[in-house]
Design a protein around this ligand. Structure first.
Ligand code: G6P
Length: 473
């Protein structure tokens, strides 16, 4: 059987992860992988295979991660591994530090709800050991990071789905706060076009799973250019042994813990935390961020877990407002600045789990089309932090109100929209800074889509047609 699988995979095209058992030898399992994840769980008198560590945590903490093209032969008593050339090889057994409770539901009805409420802890875990009272440790990005950051002159972020939205927030931060050019692109676009790659670019791939096929293909494409241009690659990822983490020059692990719900919540929040630390690290290296500014950002990050915990206390109010969406087919999300990508993420969450068509727009673009859609059947969600753009946003909201639109506004306690009649307003937070604001407001949008989905009775953790880890094109 081993030889048969070794022969068969030679003619395979594309990515695969296989477990093969012969009817006449049921105690032998052949496992093979290329392009798709496959882990071996090492037990006592029993061994397992799965696509992800978290599936096996109830039975073992010990794992072997197969390399590209590896084939393994498992029996109850033994594990033999052969590389792509058929040579017998040893692969290290790694001990996972994830506990089985990390993948148990506990008191929560859904994993998504559990993961939303885990966010204060996930942020603490992601920051742990990476910042001091007032500084970011550049070495958190690995021993090579300082040298790489010294050399680069711009950043190019590539990701998919929710991770792409984290990149969009970072673009505002990088260009606004540290003057560093930053582009962001969906991996599925990048991989099939002919991008002009600038010298001295830091390519950042962001991924919860580290296995998304398009993001991985984009990284491979970038690496082909490496000889010609001075390019470095960084992966921000939630899975230590994932393909992206292994293949990038340097990596930063978000310590969100396993994320089970298909709709990403805590992974996104911790990606933003990682990007904030990248921002500070690059700003320090380039001399565009003062010590005082660094201290201010770090102090905001220290406050973040409690800001999130406070946002979570608004759940009952949000649950009541969710009723407005129960019989609606569409919704519009508005924001300006970093709140525009947060509006995109809010709209994506609503689409994913409640199946309501939702679209995000930069509030200033309303008049170029979406205003024509506004009537009482189109709820409009707006994010109104206390920032330089608040007055502009307020006038956009008046335009919506004048057309009979139903508004839901998440505002700063001092944004003062609540005095306007006809708006459903949640005084969501206060005293948030440029880094902490998008992260905090996003929590409220997560709760909104969760409660709309509950009312609609959809499968919150496993929405139809979607997968957690998109390992095929
Ligand atoms: C899927 C998931 C999304 C996720 C996206 C990218 O579409 O449902 O939640 O944002 O893939 O996944 P990644 O693991 O690369 O972050």
């Amino acid at each position: 059987m081993l030889q048969a699988v070794q022969q068969a995979v030679l003619s395979f095209d594309g990515a695969y992860a296989l477990g093969v058992v012969a009817v006449d030898d049921p105690d032998t399992l052949i496992a093979a992988r290329k392009g798709s994840p496959l882990v071996i769980g090492v037990g006592i008198g029993e061994h397992f295979i799965a696509s992800d560590v978290s599936a096996l945590l109830p039975v073992t903490q010990n794992f072997i991660f197969l390399e590209e093209g590896d084939i393994a032969k498992l029996s109850r008593a033994s594990i033999e591994i052969y590389d792509r050339n058929g040579h017998r090889v040893e692969r290290e057994v790694k001990v996972s530090n994830l506990s089985v409770t990390a993948v148990e539901l506990g008191e929560h009805r859904h994993y998504m709800h559990k993961e939303i409420f885990e966010q204060p802890q996930a942020v603490m875990d992601t920051l742990d050991g990476r910042i001091s009272q007032d500084k970011v440790f550049v070495s958190s990005f690995g021993p090579l990071a300082q040298q790489i950051f010294d050399e680069i002159e711009q950043v190019h972020i590539i990701a998919c789905g929710t991770s792409y939205h984290a990149g969009l927030v970072a673009k505002y931060w990088m260009e606004d706060i540290i003057d560093l050019p930053c582009q962001v692109e969906a991996a599925s676009e990048f991989r099939y076009r002919n991008p002009v790659i600038q010298n001295n670019t830091l390519f950042v791939t962001i991924s919860q799973s580290g296995e998304t096929a398009d993001t991985l293909a984009a990284l491979h494409k970038i690496k082909l250019q490496r000889e010609k241009k001075n390019i470095s690659t960084l992966t921000i990822c939630n899975v230590a042994e994932s393909s992206l983490t292994r293949e990038a020059d340097i990596s930063y692990l978000t310590h969100a813990g396993p994320e089970v719900g298909v709709a990403s919540t805590k992974a996104f929040t911790t990606q933003l935390v990682a990007l904030a630390l990248l921002l500070v690290s690059l700003g320090k290296t380039k001399g565009t961020l003062t010590v005082e500014r660094e201290a201010l950002i770090v102090s905001g990050l220290h406050k973040l877990p409690s800001l999130i915990a406070n946002a979570l206390t608004h759940e009952d109010e949000i649950e009541a407002i969710a009723q407005l969406f129960a019989d609606k087919q569409h919704a519009l999300f508005l924001g300006r600045g970093t709140m525009y990508p947060i509006a995109m993420e809010g709209a994506l969450k609503l689409k994913e789990i409640s199946y309501i068509h939702a679209e995000a727009y930069p509030a200033g673009e309303l008049k170029h089309g979406p205003l024509a859609l506004i009537d009482e059947t189109m709820p409009v969600v707006a994010i109104a932090p206390l920032d330089d753009l608040l007055e502009k946003l307020k006038s956009n909201l008046q335009e919506v109100k004048a057309r009979g639109g139903q508004m839901v506004v998440f505002e700063d306690e001092q944004s003062d929209i609540s005095s306007e009649r006809g708006f459903r307003v949640i005084k969501a937070t206060t005293n948030v800074g440029r880094i902490t604001a998008p992260i905090t407001y996003n929590i409220l949008l997560q709760l909104l889509s969760y409660h709309v989905a509950l009312i609609k009775g959809t499968d919150v953790d496993q929405p139809r047609n979607l997968a957690k880890s998109v390992t095929v094109e």
